[in-house]
Design a protein around this ligand. Structure first.
Ligand SMILES: Nc1ncnc2c1ncn2[C@@H]1O[C@H](COP(=O)(O)OP(=O)(O)O)[C@@H](O)[C@H]1O
Ligand SMILES: [Mg+2]
Length: 231
């Protein structure tokens, strides 16, 4: 897909990608630098690639993906690679996520927005913002983005035992996206039973209807990866 991009769409992609909240470690994650280490990862890669090519399912019906498996199997990497491929092949449709922040310069692009949201960070932000007024705005803004963006990654759901308020928060996001048919890519280490215990059946049931399930098995890639630090 990248090969068909003109240099101006490549510039646009590089530019708008920085506004989507992708953490540095995953900023360059793509299908080309995902190296499956077992059959399950190879098949996960194929499912994600096929998904990324089906614009109608994504944008009209809000189809999502649910990547599930043990730690370090590349779920977050694959979710970002998928989002990147979708943005690349629809580069004219996507815009900057937000033009509020002047550090992004004066180039502004209107259009679809997407966001990568760490569930742990979202919950932490809301927890802290109940006592820290300064964080209230950031929490409200993140909640808004999570609901209105045409496509989001909700990374690592079920990472903790949520309380009533955090279940309600996640439910408000999932339920709105479900009703509005907005695509959601989720990742989780939890098996279905744990997920139902942690998030509640209302959330899990919607996730299963909205998303294609993708198992990602294998060893922890982090343990085999060469260290970037000098020894
Ligand atoms: N098959 C793979 N090929 C290339 N890099 C990988 C692969 N699997 C994982 N990684 C890298 O290993 C690290 C951990 O992967 P990550 O996607 O965070 O795993 P998970 O979300 O499943 O815990 C990341 O830096 C990621 O880019
Ligand atoms: Mg992850």
């Amino acid at each position: 897909m990248m090969m068909n991009m003109t240099s101006s769409s490549k510039d646009k992609l590089d530019y708008i990608w920085t506004t989507y909240g992708i953490p540095n470690r995953f900023a360059a994650a793509s299908f080309t630098n995902y190296y499956p280490t077992c059959a399950s990862q190879e098949s996960a890669r194929k499912v994600c690639l096929n998904y990324a090519r089906n614009d109608e399912a994504i944008f009209k019906y809000g189809k999502g993906l649910f990547l599930q498996g043990p730690v370090g199997t590349g779920k977050t990497h694959l979710s970002v690679a998928t989002l990147r491929a979708i943005v690349e092949s629809n580069i004219d449709t996507f815009g900057c996520r937000s033009s509020e922040n002047p550090i992004y310069g004066d180039k502004e692009y209107g259009g679809y927005s997407c966001a990568m949201i760490s569930t742990a960070e979202l919950l932490e932000l809301f927890r802290q913002s109940s006592s820290a007024k300064k964080l209230k705005h950031a929490a409200v803004e993140l909640h808004r983005l999570a609901k209105i963006s045409e496509i989001i990654i909700l990374d690592d759901i079920g990472i903790e035992y949520p309380s009533d308020w955090s279940q309600e928060l996640l439910f408000s996001i999932i339920d709105l996206r479900y009703r509005m048919q907005r695509a959601t890519i989720l990742t989780s280490n939890c098996a279905l039973k744990d997920l139902e215990e942690r998030l509640g059946k209302r959330i899990v049931s919607r996730v299963f209807q909205m998303c294609e399930g993708v198992k990602v098995e294998g060893e922890d890639y982090r343990k085999g990866a060469p260290s970037v630090l000098p020894l």
